[in-house]
Design a protein around this ligand. Sequence first.
Ligand code: C2E
Ligand code: CA
Ligand code: CA
Length: 420
Amino acid sequence: MLNGTHSIVVATLGEGELLGEMALIDAQTRSTTATAIGTTELLIIPRSYVIQKMFTADPTLRLFLQVILDRYRDMRSRIMNVLDSVTNQENESDSAIHPSQPPEQLITTLMDEYNEMQSRVLEALNGNTDAFGIAGERHNIDGMYKEDADSTASEVSMGNSLQVALEEKQFELLFQPIMDLQSGRIAGCEALIRWHHPELGMLSPNKFIGILEETGLILSVGAWALENACNTAQRFNELSASIGIPALYMSINLSGKQFETANLAADIGIIIDRTGINPKQIKLEITESLLMLEPARAISSLQELQELGISVAIDDFGVGYSSFSYLQHFPIDTLKIDRSFVSTMLKNSKAMAIVHSLVLLAKNLKLKIIAEGVEHPTELAKLKEYGCDYVQGFMISEPITENQFMELIQSNTHIPHTDT
Ligand code: C2E
Ligand code: CA
Ligand code: CA
């Protein structure tokens, strides 16, 4: 017997006989007995894994899976109603199924419902998005994915709009300053994408990066972001040179799909040549989980980037599958302490201890360290006391446009808050 967190049990018994696969759909505890004939393989897949897979699946497939699961639950609850009614002889189901029907009639009615469900699936596959009432009223059934169906449908249409967004120049990069904590000067910035949606207005990346990744459009949008960030960095260079301050570095987020491409370093090399940027000014931000998927490949990609002169930062450090062993092997340059630790450090002594330890860890490994999401002077003072190298957050500045950033460079790169 397995508890509710282990939802799928696939027992391979004898010649590929499968048991328990419907447990995928229902959360409650299930039990089963099986006699193993020969070698038995029991595979337990945690429910969280299934949910994670569901949410990273292609949106169209997800939509269909959701409606099919909804219908399965609907059917199941109707059958349970019937069984209850037959046993208790009291419940009246609102379905076409009626407890007083003779068993043969019950089976015919259930078969009719099943056939109707099948024809609706076919209709949906043929493009009728209302086949399950998605556009109109939803079935009143218990389904954990029910609320998501509408948003998935809108994700599909958003995916289509994203295709034209690039051609119609609806994307923009904003730049958030990163401050050198010891000198109080701007050391660089992080490029953060925005989408000026024609109807919905300005959208933050959390609303569309996932869809870009699912549709594969992240490769072209990512390349656009890289090239634009490098061009902007060149304009910042001209200004910095004209007022006699050191060049700023440009940090750019890289998605998993981009990191996995075989020709990542070559593609970035082309952008470097085209924009004329000094590769030493570029920092790519990747998350820990990317490194852990295929460590051997990650090491060679990172080495290729290093050979180009580009540095790499680990973004959102501490919240992923943190494994310190990779810090020894991977050629990385910077750790970015995740905002969740910084924003709770004043209230939670453990978060404070983690922040302090991460700063020491980075120092001992000779890595640079940035604290993200700094909003309060007291956080900043603590980070300075711990010896953190850089800070980024609303207290310094929100992400701003290229022109606003130019003004910031010109006005003075020393930010007064640092003296607190
Ligand atoms: P991230 O890389 O962790 O970027 C930092 C996010 O924290 C940004 O959100 C920034 O606006 C926000 N932030 C910075 N300081 C503060 C603060 O003091 N308080 C609070 N509450 N928030 C702060 P944003 O711009 O909405 O970006 C969200 C995520 O989208 C980014 O998280 C990054 O993962 C992704 N992203 C942004 N631009 C790109 C891009 O060009 N390519 C890719 N692949 N991902 C991107
Ligand atoms: Ca980032
Ligand atoms: Ca981050």
